[in-house]
Design a protein around this ligand. Structure first.
Ligand SMILES: [Zn+2]
Length: 244
């Protein structure tokens, strides 16, 4: 392919813009906020599991406490009934029987109340655990929101720079021969770099030093010949710096 030496040199300007665009795309994908958001999201999901387990523990204790309260109520009702019958008086045997039952019911009530108290203490600590987890979730959600805000800000900044670079690319490309740009774009799509300056006898794409027949090939090529590297296939731009 043939192209004016000046057009070939201007490929480097296009490459500079494309390299900047590549870097912007890379920066967008590797923002530190992205991994932070991912880490915090995983933390939140683990904490949500913990919260569910802690809630189940509280609910189980509530159910047990309700059951105890029902039992205690039943004992109280029976005690009241016995007491009423006792107050009404009756045969000695009957009174003794009622007194015996009342004593048993009192013991039963105090056992149930002790057990209920123990459960209520357990419930209190279970609820504390649950509240602690909820607080940690709230803090993590706040942290994630802050990271998301920073990510959005950085992304908007990158988008602005990308638009700016893309706008400056269009006239550069339009000013160059169509076939040269097509070749450059094809190589760039494959390798990320379409054209590179030959500097001090080295290809700027793969950094390999030219020598022997290859050096002679590049040296001997007319200025308007589009020369490509034998190693990396990139377009080699020759200037005063090329050391040829
Ligand atoms: Zn090369």
């Amino acid at each position: 392919m043939k192209a004016a030496p000046d057009a070939q040199r201007r490929l480097l300007d296009l490459q500079a813009v494309d390299t900047a665009l590549n870097q912007l795309a890379h920066r967008r994908k590797s923002l530190p906020e992205l991994s932070e958001i991912e880490t915090v999201s995983r933390e939140i999901s683990a904490l949500e599991d913990e919260r569910v387990r802690a809630q189940v523990a509280v609910d189980d204790l509530d159910r047990d406490i309700t059951r105890f309260e029902k039992d205690i109520d039943q004992v109280r009702t029976r005690k009241n009934r016995d007491q009423a019958r006792l107050n009404a008086g009756g045969a000695l045997r009957e009174i003794e029987g009622l007194q015996h039952e009342l004593a048993t019911l009192n013991r039963r009530q105090s056992e149930l109340e002790d057990a209920e108290l123990e459960l209520m203490e357990k419930r209190e600590s279970a609820e504390q655990t649950l509240n602690e987890i909820k607080k940690r979730i709230a803090r993590s959600i706040e942290r994630r929101a802050a990271a998301e805000a920073r990510r959005d800000e950085a992304t908007a900044e990158i988008t602005k720079e990308q638009e700016f670079k893309t706008q400056s690319r269009a006239p550069l490309a339009a000013d160059l021969p169509q076939d040269l740009v097509q070749l450059y774009d094809k190589i760039r799509a494959d390798t990320g770099l379409g054209a590179a300056l030959v500097r001090a006898g080295r290809c700027g794409g793969c950094r390999i030093e030219l020598y022997g027949a290859d050096l002679n090939r590049v040296k001997g090529a007319p200025a308007d010949e589009v020369v490509r590297c034998e190693e990396c296939r990139r377009i080699m731009i020759r200037t005063q710096e090329s050391g040829l």
